[in-house]
Design a protein around this ligand. Structure first.
Ligand code: UD1
Ligand code: CA
Length: 460
């Protein structure tokens, strides 16, 4: 970027308004468009996260009527965000004016962002502000679109921005322009209201277009500037196809960051990450791995193929999978191993402990170096309430045992295979819960002989 003004600009007072009142009809969804997820969180949260943070002015979000869900999502990701309601959906300029009180009180720049551009980066917002600081009344973030269909076109004359034309209102010649409006704009706070108040709705949709602010500013002799961004970063989402495209771009960005931070992704396109995935150096992630929100993986861990993780903490050198399912609240401490077809939920697997095959470990605490045999199940639920299972350090739980919670297996204890354990087991004891083995020597041989004789007599 190399713009010396950027750091100074970022500390100027600034109000960011995020428009989130559109219905998003083309999503064909009961959920408001801006609450649809990209990389595990609402698009609106991504935009709010990119908005400048300062003590002054800060952030306001414009929501549709009765959209407590959008307001709550906004405040969850940006506590202190002010909420304004646009009573009727009458266009982007009309939406901005719903926050008139905040704009009147703002002392610096006013940045307008749309809630449906989840890929926008904070650096770009600072760049926009830095450009604004050079004096233009209004700076528009533009981009060259490979396919400009649906975007407003930036019309220039003698290298000056003179208008933004929405596609529906554009002439054929204007549609041929590939320089498009991203939707991000930075206004001089001193002029924004007088520009917006002058915007009319004489267009094909009868809406008040924010984009008309450019023509009005130019007519008043104010200068408007264009700052450029890459197309991938400013992708707008109007339908589910664009939602999937935005997701793909975000995944590429997240995977790239993980790899540059030292993780090996054996087959990057088949690994799905989340906005907050924390992946340490020398972590290896094999193909077909899904990492949902709230996952941290420390250095040197291996996530084998086809594993599914969400809300889990994985310590250094842990082995997971293949085909493991780690659900929220799973904590795998240093050097632990969770193998194939194992599900872990709300459970700590202590350092060096092994749960290698075909188990369900839920609401449990497994001590360090314990060994949980194949097919062991914690029976944590009685149809009404959940109960905890505790297994002490170094204990050995034989294959196919059921641990009926609440129950504690003491440190160093053994549980014989196939036991259904309903009472606590003392440290270093052996617990066996199965009937004694009976053996009848030669029984099988005489059984076969009797049956063969019956068959020979014609009985089937
Ligand atoms: C808008 C721009 C277009 C730009 C494109 C970039 C206008 C008129 N057009 O078009 O120049 O190229 O974004 O993606 O601004 N919203 C409200 N209230 C309203 C209308 C919209 O809050 O009354 C919100 C929507 O939730 C959305 C944003 O404003 O987050 C943009 O609206 P949308 O309908 O998606 O505009 P586009 O047609 O994509
Ligand atoms: Ca849009």
């Amino acid at each position: 970027m190399g713009n010396n003004d950027a750091p100074a600009a970022a500390t100027r007072p600034c109000l960011t308004l995020v428009l989130a009142a559109g219905e998003g009809k083309r999503m064909r969804s009961a959920l408001p468009k801006v609450l649809h997820h990209v990389a595990g969180r609402a698009m609106l949260a991504h935009v709010l996260d990119a908005a400048p943070r300062g003590r002054d002015d800060d952030v306001a979000v414009i929501v549709g009527p009765d959209r407590g869900d959008v307001a709550a999502a906004a405040q969850a990701s940006r506590p202190g965000a002010r909420i304004f309601t646009q009573a009727e959906r009458r266009g982007t300029a009309h939406a901005v004016l719903a926050a008139r009180a905040a704009i009147e009180a703002a002392r610096g720049d006013v940045i307008i962002a749309y809630g449906d551009m989840p890929l926008i980066l904070p650096e770009t917002l600072s760049r926009l502000q830095a450009r604004r600081a050079q004096g233009a009344a209004l700076v528009v973030l533009g981009f060259h679109a490979a396919d400009p269909t649906g975007y407003g076109r930036l019309l220039q004359k003698d290298d000056q921005l003179v208008a933004i034309r929405e596609e529906r209102d554009a002439t054929a010649a204007e549609r041929a322009v590939s320089l498009c409006n991203s939707g991000l704009m930075a206004f001089d706070g001193a002029v924004i209201l007088s520009l917006l108040d002058a915007i009319g709705n004489a267009n094909s949709q009868g809406e008040f277009y924010l984009t008309d602010a450019v023509e009005i500013a130019v007519a008043r002799g104010l200068s408007c500037a264009v700052e450029l961004a890459g197309e991938a970063e400013v992708k707008g989402v109007n339908d589910r196809v664009q939602l999937a495209e935005a997701e793909a771009l975000m995944q590429e960005r997240l995977r790239r960051a993980a790899m540059l931070a030292g993780a090996t992704l054996v087959d990057p396109p088949s690994v799905h990450l989340s906005f907050d995935s924390k992946i340490g150096a020398d972590v290896i992630i094999e193909p077909q791995v899904y990492i949902g929100p709230g996952v941290s993986i420390e250095g040197g861990a291996i996530i084998h193929a086809s594993s599914n993780l969400e809300g889990v903490k994985i310590g250094a050198g842990v082995h997971v999978g293949p085909f493991a399912r780690l659900r929220p609240g799973a904590v795998l401490e240093k050097g632990a191993k969770v193998g194939n077809f194992v599900e872990v939920k709300a459970a700590r697997i202590g350092a060096g402990a092994k749960v290698s095959h075909l188990s369900y470990i839920g609401d449990a605490d497994i001590g360090a170096d314990a060994n949980i045999g194949a097919g062991v199940i914690t029976c944590n639920y009685d149809g009404f309430l959940k109960y905890r299972t505790t297994v002490g350090a170094g204990a050995f739980v034989g294959s196919n045992s059921a641990l009926v919670a609440p129950v504690t297996i003491g440190a160093g204890a053994y549980v014989g295979s196939g036991s259904v354990i309903t009472r606590d087991v003392g440290a270093d004891a052996l617990a066996l819960e199965r009937s004694q083995q009976l053996e009848k020597p030669g029984w099988a041989q005489s059984f076969r002989a009797r049956r063969l004789a019956m068959k020979a007599k014609g009985r089937s």
